[in-house]
Structures are given as structure tokens and as C-alpha cells.
Design a protein around this ligand. Structure first.
Ligand SMILES: C[S@@+](CC[C@H](N)C(=O)[O-])C[C@H]1O[C@@H](n2cnc3c(N)ncnc32)[C@H](O)[C@@H]1O
Length: 276
């Protein structure tokens, strides 16, 4: 008779989780606009079923004290792909235990770290790691990205960023998995304009690899200098509203040679995408 292999318990630790426990603060709907961004930016990634993508997971790494954002994303992404498998990963055991009652046959919660707790045969199409690396040192960022790359299929994405507490303002790295690791594809800024609009607002929620580098001579420092100049020069557009001003400042950045997505579907909704 064939012997069934027991499934590992979600709190079992197959390998030591890489990373450290950090504050677990989260909020309902905080990452709604991150999900909406992914749904518009690369919808095919969520639905593709070729080869190993057939069963590939969306991983929410570092979901925090409650699994609300993981469950909300599962709902949003499954409108596009009802079969999508979702894995919430936390490095803090009590947060995994608190999430387990919400697990089902397509939704899993496991203890783990940047070295993802994947089971044999599992693959990843998309990782979201939001408000996780902000609590690390800048030197930890590249090793964390490298570790997360391991289970991701070529063509897959990592969206790694920081938001304010409500999600009204965020900025994120968009990394594309290629054969040799990640390609930094874009840096994305989002605002819903509830806090007004000023490029300076984004400086406080930059991802960890940029936040200490808004300096003259650094690419991100030059970018902000150009954005502020474009913002000042287009200030008369303010009469038409903050969204119009935001779009005009993006066009000013493009005139200065930055590769910015100028389509209305992005700018009118408050997304500025700088293609790297
Ligand atoms: C501030 S919460 C973010 C919650 C949610 N992602 C959000 O944006 O609202 C950060 C969480 O990441 C977890 N964390 C930190 N490093 C981690 C790692 N290497 N692997 C998994 N989880 C991690 C922490 O334990 C914490 O619960």
C-alpha cells in the first residue's frame, strides 16, 4: 500500500527563517492600491497558467499582526483568477497562529522568512513585501531580495515598498525575475491626494534602498530635484486640481529625460511609474 507523506505543519520550520521580527502594524485596506496597481500593471501574471505557472502562488511576505491584507488581496486577485493560491508568510509564530483559522484549500499561512517556506514543487508568480524592509538596515536589502528570488519563476514579480499607515501614500520597487536574479523594472509612487500633492511627501516613505540616498549626485537625489523643479514650473496647473498638477509634473520629468509612463490610466489615478 502506498504511504502518504504527512504534510508539514505550518509552524514547522524546514529551514531557519531569514530575517528578524519587526513591528506588526497593519490596517484594513492599507494595501488596496498596491493590489490595484498590480492588477493594472501585469494582469497576465496573475492569470497565466503555462508550465509551472499553472499552480504558482502569490506570496504576501510579512503580513503583520493580522492577516487582513493577505485575505483582502486574495479576494481582489481571485476576481481575475479564482484558483489563485495565496501564501501569507510571517517570521513571528504568534502571527502565523492567529492567521491559521483563515486558511483554506487555496490560502495558506506559514512561518518563514526571506528564504520562502515553500514545499517541494511549489513556485511563486508574485511576492508582495510591504512595510517589511523599512525596519531593516539598508545593507540588508540586496540579500533579502536575493533570498526572495529563489522560489520565483522567471517572469514573476516582487513588489517591495513602504506606505504611510493608511496606504494613502506609498512607493515601491518593482523587480522582475530574470534567469540571473532580479531586474529592477520600475520605481512606483502612489498618492490618493488626501495629503495634498508635493513630491517631497514621498521622501519619507521611500523604500529602504533609497530613503537615505536623496542626496546630490545620487540618482534618486537627482530624480527628486528634477521632480521638484517640474512641480514648481507647472504650479499654474494647480487651478485644474491636484491630479492635473501631478500629471503635469510627470510630463515635466519626462521632458527632463526620465522614462515616465505618461498614460492617463496611471497619472489620473495617482500612480507615477519611473521605468528604470
Ligand atoms: C509593519 S508589518 C507589515 C504588515 C503589512 N505587510 C502591511 O503593510 O500592512 C511587518 C511584518 O513583517 C514581518 N517580517 C519582518 N521580517 C520578515 C521576514 N524576513 N519574513 C517574514 N516576515 C517578516 C514582521 O514580523 C511584521 O509582522
Amino acid at each position: 500500500m502506498e504511504r502518504l507523506k504527512p504534510k508539514p505543519h505550518p509552524l514547522a520550520v524546514p529551514k531557519k527563517p531569514q530575517g528578524q521580527v519587526t513591528r506588526g502594524k497593519t490596517a484594513r485596506n492599507r494595501l488596496r492600491q498596491v493590489d490595484n496597481f498590480v492588477l493594472r500593471y501585469d494582469p497576465a501574471l496573475l492569470t497565466r497558467r503555462d508550465g509551472d505557472f499553472a499552480d504558482a502562488l502569490f506570496v504576501d511576505l510579512g503580513y503583520g499582526a493580522e492577516a487582513v491584507t493577505t485575505l483582502e488581496s486574495a479576494g481582489r486577485f481571485r476576481r481575475l483568477n479564482p484558483d489563485l493560491k495565496v501564501l501569507g508568510v510571517e517570521i513571528e509564530p504568534e502571527r502565523v497562529a492567529a492567521a491559521l483559522p483563515f486558511a483554506d484549500e487555496r490560502t495558506f499561512f506559514r512561518l518563514g522568512g526571506f528564504n520562502l517556506p515553500l514545499q517541494p514543487g511549489e513556485h511563486v508568480r508574485l511576492i508582495r513585501a510591504f512595510n517589511v524592509l523599512r525596519q531593516y538596515e539598508e545593507r540588508d536589502v540586496l540579500p533579502a531580495w536575493e533570498q526572495m528570488a529563489r522560489g520565483v519563476l522567471p517572469g514573476g514579480l516582487l513588489i517591495e515598498g513602504t506606505s504611510n499607515p493608511t496606504g494613502a501614500l506609498w512607493a515601491a520597487n518593482v523587480l522582475r525575475r530574470i534567469e540571473s536574479g532580479w531586474r529592477q523594472e520600475a520605481l512606483v509612487f502612489f498618492t490618493n491626494f488626501h495629503l495634498g500633492f508635493d513630491p517631497e511627501l514621498f521622501q519619507s516613505i521611500l523604500p529602504k534602498n533609497y530613503i537615505h540616498r536623496v542626496l546630490p549626485g545620487e540618482p534618486i537625489g537627482e530624480f527628486f530635484a528634477a521632480w521638484k523643479a517640474a512641480y514648481a514650473e507647472t504650479s499654474p496647473v494647480r487651478t485644474w486640481g491636484l491630479r492635473a498638477w501631478f500629471a503635469a509634473s510627470a510630463e515635466g520629468l519626462a521632458r527632463r529625460g526620465y522614462a515616465i509612463h505618461l498614460r492617463r490610466k496611471w497619472l489620473a489615478k495617482g500612480w507615477l511609474i519611473w521605468r528604470l
